[in-house]
Design a protein around this ligand. Structure first.
Ligand SMILES: Cc1cc2nc3c(=O)[nH]c(=O)nc-3n(C[C@H](O)[C@H](O)[C@H](O)COP(=O)(O)OP(=O)(O)OC[C@H]3O[C@@H](n4cnc5c(N)ncnc54)[C@H](O)[C@@H]3O)c2cc1C
Length: 387
């Protein structure tokens, strides 16, 4: 393992942290009590954060980005995760939309859509999961059938991040079931041109991060909106290599917030005439939290560093995601314990950190699916098909 952060990256991290603590942190609680962010609220936050490289920083310069390294993006995601994981999730998925366009779009598709990216107002989502298709992505049932100049799309997608606020979705659908994964492609479905229904799904954590069910009923999608035919499954897996490492960084941020809150509380809360931080069992919990968070961070940035070097990082990203999300659950749970009853109250942020961390063990592949990926790559033996 061989990586370090440049002076520029460290300065960006410190500047972002200052901004997030002063401008974003103070409004988090009021939004989290209200629920999913509206489109306007989302784009307002995005416009404040874009100058730091959020949303488009990873794109090449000719697409409006600044070609930030994956590690730099990880730092941005981690810092936002420390302050507001819901917003980090929303922006990460909105960025994922542009990532997929950049990776798989043809020149006409990029020429038409990329100019919309710069405003930060055009929100996208990635629709893969279906009511009957979760861990096994190869079983996608949504169909797209070519009829004249359009594909006619039918199916339901569920738990789609940003679905209710999205201007457009990249929808994974099959054009030929007999081809299995090779018959699957992404389609660009633009809401104003190809209307689809969406409804919000309530969940335990990440309450401001919209997650939605999308329904496509004879939805007409122009045939030129098909993205790189037959590569939908492969592109999904490539996205996961990035997103899983990023989720490792995001969870390191949530866990760090839980540590910071716990240290402060342990210094201030008095019992038996002493600060509770003077009790060895409290210190032990804090040390365990620090150890697991440091390990999460190292795993996440190791995977991101491999991405920066253009090397394969499949099992490293899966390991980062599996470890960091589960470690963040343990760490945020300990933070609640350190806060006693106040840890369960929404007057303190640690119950939110716990709910948010707990929510993240599921998306982009559950902990169990990540372990199957790591197990396969380490042993060379597939525990199951379809991975
Ligand atoms: C906050 C959030 C955001 C999301 N955002 C998106 C999004 O933007 N786009 C999108 O397409 N989807 C999204 N999802 C959906 C997410 O990717 C799926 O929920 C996830 O892949 C798991 O699928 P499932 O919920 O259907 O669980 P299932 O696949 O039904 O799994 C249920 C249980 O069975 C276990 N299991 C399944 N197969 C195996 C196996 N072979 N061996 C061992 N255990 C197994 C799982 O680990 C899990 O414990 C999101 C979900 C959440 C919670």
């Amino acid at each position: 393992m061989d990586f370090s952060f440049t002076e520029e990256q460290q300065m960006l991290k410190s500047n972002v942290r200052k901004f997030l603590d002063s401008e974003i942190g103070p409004v988090v609680d009021e939004h989290e009590k209200k629920g999913p962010l509206t489109k306007k609220e989302t784009t307002d936050f995005i416009s404040q954060l874009m100058p730091f490289g959020y949303l488009l920083g990873f794109l090449p310069e000719d697409c409006g980005g600044s070609q930030l390294e994956a590690k730099t993006n990880g730092l941005l995601v981690e810092e936002l995760g420390r302050v507001w994981a819901s917003l980090a999730g929303t922006i990460f998925i909105a960025a994922g939309f542009w990532w997929l366009l950049n990776e798989a779009g043809n020149s006409d598709q990029k020429k038409r859509l990329m100019p919309l990216a710069a405003s930060g107002d055009y929100i996208g989502c990635l629709a893969i999961t279906e009511p009957d298709v979760g861990s096994d992505v190869s079983g996608v049932k949504t169909t797209a059938t070519l009829k004249g100049q359009h594909y006619v799309m039918n199916g339901t997608k569920t738990w789609i991040s940003n679905g209710t606020i999205a201007n457009a979705a990249f929808v994974l659908a099959t054009t030929d079931r007999s081809l299995g994964a090779l018959g699957m492609s992404f389609f660009l479905v633009e809401r104003d041109q190809s209307p689809f229904d969406s409804r919000e799904l309530h969940k335990l954590g990440l309450r401001c991060f919209p997650t939605s069910e999308l329904s496509f009923s004879d939805c007409k999608v122009p045939k030129e909106n098909l993205l790189d035919p037959g590569t939908g499954y492969k592109r999904t897996m490539a996205f996961f290599d990035v997103s899983r490492a990023m989720l490792g960084a995001l969870c390191s941020g949530i866990a760090q917030a839980a540590i910071d809150a716990s240290v402060k509380y342990a210094q201030e809360r008095m019992q038996f005439g002493k600060p509770i931080g003077s009790f060895q069992m409290i210190q032990e919990m804090i040390v365990d939290m620090v150890a697991e968070t440091e390990a999460s961070r190292l795993l996440a940035y190791r995977a991101l560093d491999l991405l920066d070097k253009g090397q394969k990082c499949r099992w490293q990203s899966s390991l980062a995601k599996a470890y960091a999300t589960e470690a963040a659950v343990r760490t945020t749970s300990k933070a609640i314990q350190i806060h006693g009853a106040m840890g369960l109250s929404d007057e303190y942020p640690v119950e939110r950190y716990f709910r948010d961390a707990r929510t993240l063990t599921i998306p982009d592949g559950t902990t169990q699916m990540q372990k199957l990926v790591v197990g396969r790559d380490i042993t060379g033996i597939r525990a199951m098909t379809g991975l």
